[in-house]
Design a protein around this ligand. Structure first.
Ligand code: ADP
Length: 501
């Protein structure tokens, strides 16, 4: 049985994995780069080892060094979190060779799904519907034009090695085909070192809906329903929710069955996600599989009532799944907002820096998976995700109202954040009515970005009244406002604060 796990990651996901380990009485080992000496995951773990300089290529992606530390501290297993080495087939194989359990699928399963063209071929063979398009990389320009004429414009040119929305180009006119192929190739080459691209039909007004699956080493595979991830910016998820407002019970069941078939087709073991693209008429197509824990996994945990990290560890321990598909139900509604250190008013420029003050939301139905604390400096080397805020409600409406309340309570100073934009999303009529697709942010741009002019100091004062304990810590101007004007000023803020969200 696994007694000690090295978590080969940082930030909120490293802390989140360690939390489950602690509940299971499993010792945890943190690794950290130069930039992360004082990070929360280092403080939380039972042991911590420095592994190299700040750039991730020299630390969190350094396979040799991570294996060396795992052996030295006698860890039985490695949990890769998401990002970094989580979908690296060589790393999974290497752990196995070294006698360390990789908490994730085998190298072969990762290879079968890691490359989008191979995944498309495997899914076609398994009878899972895929987006119409090519199953070979584009070699010849004339052939590409022929294929596109056949499929019909618009099409997407996509990188086979793609991820994070990179190497993807929408082509609406025939005259743009060659330049789109060229630029997709060049982006893919520099991002992934592989410039293979293929063609997929462009699905208009699409929804991104993914299914969580769990598979053990004994041939048992189940799905844990869907997550609707259509609130996106540049093909990156911003808000996720479950259940999806779009799906009917019949389509949900069909898609769940295909998700299980997809995982079985590649002998999958562990937690994984089958992503589908769904059109307005509820036609669905396999998009890709993510062979790891997803950022947005907590909404599934909340609605289905299962700790996915504990399940990953059980499976890695070679235990049989103790959950039957028929037992699972979706209880209530959960929404996740990704809180980033970035400036939505300046084209989402990352905003690393020192957290001057933070008060996280609490209360019924609120989960905040974060890792920063007052005085912590968010490094510029990594993804600037600060935390994930997950709110549950008996109904979708209650979950939205609770998220608005939690975002109102969430206060971070020192860095710019996406909190106000997220609150605005909760207020957007299309979102409230559950009538949105991946074009939501562009379509509602004016509503989302033309925020009413507010005095941020007024907002600070309003929050300060709620969190009186923190007041002394915040800057002197705010304290002065409170002590000088006292209650009458608060009443004024109380009226104004309704405009803020
Ligand atoms: P990545 O691996 O880079 O994240 P995906 O294949 O998962 O790429 O696609 C990311 C997003 O891009 C999808 O959620 C969707 O919004 C959009 N997208 C991808 N393929 C298509 C398509 N064929 N038609 C329309 N939109 C697409």
């Amino acid at each position: 049985m696994i007694k000690k796990i090295l978590v080969a990651n940082r930030g909120e996901i490293a802390v989140r994995v360690m939390r489950s380990c602690r509940e299971m009485d499993i010792l945890t080992v943190a690794i950290y780069s130069d930039a992360d000496g004082s990070a929360m995951h280092v403080r939380y773990a039972d042991e911590a080892y420095h592994i190299g300089p700040s750039p991730s290529a020299e630390s969190y992606l350094n396979i040799d060094r991570i294996i060396e530390v795992a052996k030295r501290c006698k860890a039985d297993a490695i949990h890769p979190g998401y990002g970094f080495l989580s979908e690296n087939a060589t790393f999974s194989d290497r752990c196995k060779q070294e006698g360390i359990i990789f908490i994730g699928p085998s190298g072969d399963s990762i290879r079968s799904m890691g490359d989008k063209i191979t995944a498309r071929r495997n899914m076609i063979a398994a009878g899972v519907p895929v987006v119409p398009g090519t199953t070979d990389p584009i070699q010849d320009k004339n052939k590409a034009i022929e294929v596109i004429r056949d499929i019909g414009l618009p099409v997407m040119i996509k990188a086979s090695a793609g991820g994070g929305g990179k190497g993807m180009r929408l082509v609406k006119e025939e005259s743009h085909i060659l330049s789109a192929i060229r630029s997709a190739r060049s982006e893919a080459r520099s991002a992934f070192g592989d410039d293979s691209v293929y063609i997929e039909k462009y699905i208009g007004s699409p929804h991104h809906i993914e299914f969580q699956i769990l598979a053990d080493n004994f041939g048992n595979t189940i799905h844990l329903f869907e997550r609707e991830c259509s609130v996106q910016r540049r093909h990156q998820k911003v808000v996720e929710e479950t259940p999806s407002p779009l799906l009917t019970p019949e389509v949900r069941e069909e898609m769940g069955t295909f998700a299980v078939a997809a995982a079985k087709a590649v002998n999958y073991s562990g937690a994984g996600t089958i992503e589908f693209i769904v059109d307005e008429n509820l036609h669905y197509y396999f998009l890709e599989m993510n062979t790891r824990l997803q950022v947005e996994h907590p909404i599934t945990e909340r609605v289905v009532g299962i700790d996915l990290v504990k399940q990953q560890i059980r499976i890695a321990n070679n235990q049989e799944l103790a959950i039957q598909q028929e037992e699972l139900t979706q209880n209530g509604h959960a929404i996740e907002c990704r809180i980033y250190a970035e400036d939505p008013d300046r084209n989402f420029m990352p905003s690393p820096g020192v957290i001057k003050h933070i008060s996280e939301p609490h209360g019924l139905g609120v989960r905040c998976d974060g890792y920063v604390y007052e005085g912590y400096e968010i490094p510029l080397y990594y993804d600037p995700l600060i935390s994930k805020l997950i709110c549950w409600g008996k109904t979708r409406e209650e979950a939205i109202n609770r998220m608005k309340r939690a975002l109102y309570e969430y206060k971070i100073t020192g860095v710019k954040t996406s909190i106000r934009l997220l609150a605005r999303i909760m207020d957007t009529p299309d979102f409230r009515e559950g009538k949105y697709n991946t074009h939501f942010i562009e379509k509602n741009h004016d509503f989302l970005f033309t925020l009413p002019k507010i005095n941020s100091r007024v907002e600070d004062v309003a929050i300060m009244t709620v969190f009186y304990d923190y007041m002394v810590k915040i800057d002197s101007f705010q304290t002065k406002v409170m002590t000088k004007n006292g209650r009458s000023n608060w009443k004024e803020c109380g009226r104004k604060k309704n405009l803020l969200m």
